[in-house]
Design a protein around this ligand. Structure first.
Ligand code: PRP
Length: 183
């Protein structure tokens, strides 16, 4: 088979098959853990989590509802402050709900930290976190309740992750060629 990887990408880090296997395993585990609750309140973090969230939710075997928050973190690629900006909030209150935050990636952990602080203050019945990938260098500092993979500290794209809005809809996670962001 021809290698059709774009020259903008150096290698596939997590294949489509491996992602789907892990998404299924995460969904099984989450479904088992929340089997006793009336419903799970799944909070997807836009934009990056939209593909992971869609695949994960369709594998859940328990009652659940989905809502979204949109956040944007400044300070990418070593720039400025690292602050997180709330772009869009949840539509409904989450008081008394069993909430699961679904993120695509935990990098520095700023976004997840912001979300946990913000949502904990709204009195959910419980609050847990799920991320498809986490950068290895931060694995001790940032705990994630349901985690798919740890990945090296390189710029990754695909399966929701972007570089300047490109590559989000690739079915796999790949390393971005440094020549793209150094250009
Ligand atoms: C990305 C990603 C996570 C966040 C993780 O979002 O989707 O939400 O960064 O980084 P952190 O752990 O260092 O906070 P981004 O701000 O790029 O916005 P996007 O999801 O709209 O692409």
């Amino acid at each position: 088979m021809t290698n059709q990887l774009s020259p903008d990408l150096t290698r596939i880090l997590v294949s489509e098959v491996t992602i789907q296997q892990h998404v299924w395993e995460l969904a099984q585990q989450i479904s088992a853990d929340y089997a006793h609750v009336e419903r799970l309140y799944v909070v997807g973090v836009l934009k990056g989590a939209f593909i992971f969230l869609a695949d994960l939710c369709r594998q859940l075997t328990i009652p659940h509802v989905v809502d979204f928050m949109a956040l944007s973190s400044y300070g990418k690629a070593g720039a400025v402050s690292g602050a997180v900006r709330l772009v869009m909030d949840l539509r409904e209150p989450i008081e008394g709900e069993h909430v699961l935050i679904v993120e695509d990636i935990v990098d520095k952990g700023l976004t997840l930290h912001y979300l946990v602080e913000a949502l904990q203050g709204r009195q959910p019945a419980s609050l847990k976190t799920c991320a498809l990938v986490r950068k290895e260098r931060h694995h001790e500092a940032i705990s994630v309740d349901y985690l798919g993979f740890e990945i090296p500290d390189v710029w990754v794209v695909g399966y929701g992750l972007d570089y300047a809005e490109r590559f989000r809809t690739l079915p796999y996670i790949a390393e971005l060629n440094p020549s793209v962001y150094r250009a």
